[in-house]
Design a binder for this molecule. Structure first.
Ligand code: ADP
Ligand code: MG
Length: 377
C-alpha cells in the first residue's frame, strides 16, 4: 500500500507559529566505536537532518529533522557554541534555562555534558563562561550591579532527590514559593567565584553518583544528575533590585528499553522509575512543543523540579545522543521519535557504505514511479 510507504509525521507542530516555550532539540551522533563487522545504520544528511534504515522495509530509508544535527566529526566546541552558549545571556537578566543530554547508555551523554580534560563538555564550558560574563570589572556598564554564582548538585534516583554535595540529605522535598519559583528544600548551595571553586565541589560530588551494571554498559548511570548554577544579580544603588537566573545542566539516565537489557529484580524496579520519569519528560516536551494547554510537570520529580526552567519563558535545549552501531538501532529509533520535529519515510534503500569503505552503487527500486510520489499527509 502506497499510502503507508510515504508519510510525513509532524509531531512537534512545525507548521504552527514558533512559541517561546518550545524546547529546541539537537541530535548528536557519536563516532562509530564497535569493533567487528557491525555496520552503521544511521548517518547525517545536513546540519538539521539524518537518515536511518527502515527496519520494516529494507527498500526504504527514514529521514528525521531537528533544530540542529551534529555529526560524528562535530567537536565539543561546536556543540557548545551552537546550542548552549546562546542561552547564557538570558541568565544574566533573570531568566531560567535548562540543557539536557538524552539518549541510550553508551551514546555519549556524559561525554557531551562533562567530556574530559582534553575535550571539555558543556558543563565546564558554561561554568567558565558564566563566571567570565559576571566579572563586573570587565564590564563597565554593569557597575551598578554585583553578581554572585552558586552551585547545587543533586541526583534523582528512584524518584528521590539526593544532595550530591551533602550525601546525608537523601530525600529532599521540592517546593514552590509564592512567586512560583521551584526550589529544593534544604539543598546545599556553594558560592563559586573561580573555576577551581567549582571543581573543588563538583569532582568529589560526581563520585557520589549512583552507578550500577547492566548488560549494555558496565557502569551505566541509573539516575538523573542535575547540576544547578544560579546567577544572582544585585543592584548596588536604589531601588536595589535583585534578579536570579537558574541554569540546569542535566545528564539524564539512559533511555534504553530495559526489557531488552536483561534487567531483573531491583534493576527492573529502578528501570521502571527511570522510564516513567523519562516518559513524563517526553510528555512535557511534547506538550510544550505542540502548545498544549496542560503540561504534566507534576507527574514526576524531574519535571516538577524543572517546572520554572523548562517551557514558559525559560530557554531549553535537549541534546539527544545517538550511536551509529546496529545494536543500538531500536533505542536510536525511540530517541529520534522523541526528538524529531518531523519524520519522512522515503523510497530509497539505506546504502551500507561507511565513511572508510568505497561507495557502493545504490540499489534501485524496480518501480521508479514510487520514487517521487508526494507525501500522503
Ligand atoms: P553515556 O553517558 O550516554 O552512557 P558516554 O558519554 O559515557 O555515554 O560515552 C560512551 C563512550 O563513548 C565513552 O567512552 C565516551 O568517551 C565515548 N564517546 C561518546 N561520545 C563521543 C564523541 N563524540 N567522540 C568521541 N568519543 C565519544
Ligand atoms: Mg553517562
Amino acid at each position: 500500500n502506497m499510502a503507508k510507504r510515504v508519510s510525513i509525521m509532524d509531531s512537534h507542530g512545525v507548521n504552527k507559529k514558533p512559541s517561546p516555550s518550545r524546547v529546541r532539540v539537537a541530535v548528536r551522533l557519536r563516532p562509530y566505536m564497535e569493533k567487528g563487522e557491525d555496520k552503521v545504520c544511521v548517518r547525517g544528511l545536513d546540519s538539521q537532518s539524518l537518515e536511518i534504515v527502515n527496519w520494516r522495509n529494507q527498500l526504504e530509508t527514514m529521514q528525521y529533522q531537528f533544530d540542529a544535527f551534529y555529526g560524528d566529526k562535530a567537536t565539543q566546541r561546536e556543540i557548545y557554541t551552537g546550542s548552549v552558549y546562546p542561552i547564557l545571556p538570558h541568565l544574566l537578566v533573570g531568566q531560567n534555562a535548562s540543557v539536557f543530554a538524552y539518549g541510550p547508555t553508551g551514546a555519549g551523554k556524559t561525554h557531551t555534558m562533562l567530556g574530559n580534560p582534553n575535550q571539555p563538555g558543556v558543563i565546564p564550558r558554561a561554568v567558565r563562561d558564566l563566571l567570565q560574563m559576571t566579572r563586573t570589572n570587565d564590564n563597565p556598564d554593569e557597575e551598578q550591579w554585583s553578581y554572585s554564582i552558586t552551585m547545587s548538585y543533586v541526583e534523582i534516583y528512584q524518584e528521590k532527590v539526593m544532595d550530591l554535595l551533602e550525601p546525608k540529605n537523601k530525600d529532599l522535598p521540592i517546593r514552590e514559593d509564592k512567586d512560583h519559583n521551584i526550589l529544593i528544600s534544604g539543598v546545599t548551595q556553594k558560592t563559586i567565584t573561580t573555576f577551581s571553586d567549582f571543581d573543588e565541589h563538583f569532582i568529589p560530588a560526581s563520585q557520589n553518583r549512583t552507578v550500577a551494571c547492566t548488560k549494555l554498559n558496565d557502569r551505566s548511570s541509573r539516575s538523573h544528575a542535575v547540576l544547578l548554577i544560579k546567577v544572582q544579580k544585585n543592584q548596588q544603588v536604589p531601588p536595589f533590585r535583585q534578579l536570579t537566573g537558574k541554569l540546569y545542566l542535566i545528564d539524564l539516565a539512559g533511555s534504553e528499553d530495559n526489557r531488552r537489557t536483561g534487567n531483573q529484580g531491583i534493576r527492573l524496579k529502578e528501570s521502571g522509575a527511570i522510564n516513567s520519569s523519562l516518559f513524563t519528560l517526553s510528555k512535557v516536551v511534547d506538550a510544550l512543543n505542540q502548545g498544549l494547554p496542560r503540561i504534566p510537570y507534576r507527574d514526576s520529580k524531574l519535571t516538577r523540579l524543572l517546572q520554572d526552567s523548562l517551557g514558559g519563558s525559560a530557554h531549553s535545549v535537549m541534546i539527544t545522543n545517538i550511536a551509529p552501531e546496529q545494536k543500538y538501532y531500536f533505542d536510536t529509533l525511540t530517541a529520534l521519535n522523541f526528538a524529531a520535529k518531523s519524520k519522512q519515510i522515503i523510497n530509497k534503500p539505506f546504502s551500507q557504505e561507511t565513511t572508510q569503505a568505497p561507495v557502493q552503487p545504490t540499489m534501485k527500486r524496480p518501480r521508479d514511479d514510487l520514487e517521487n510520489s508526494a507525501p500522503s499527509q
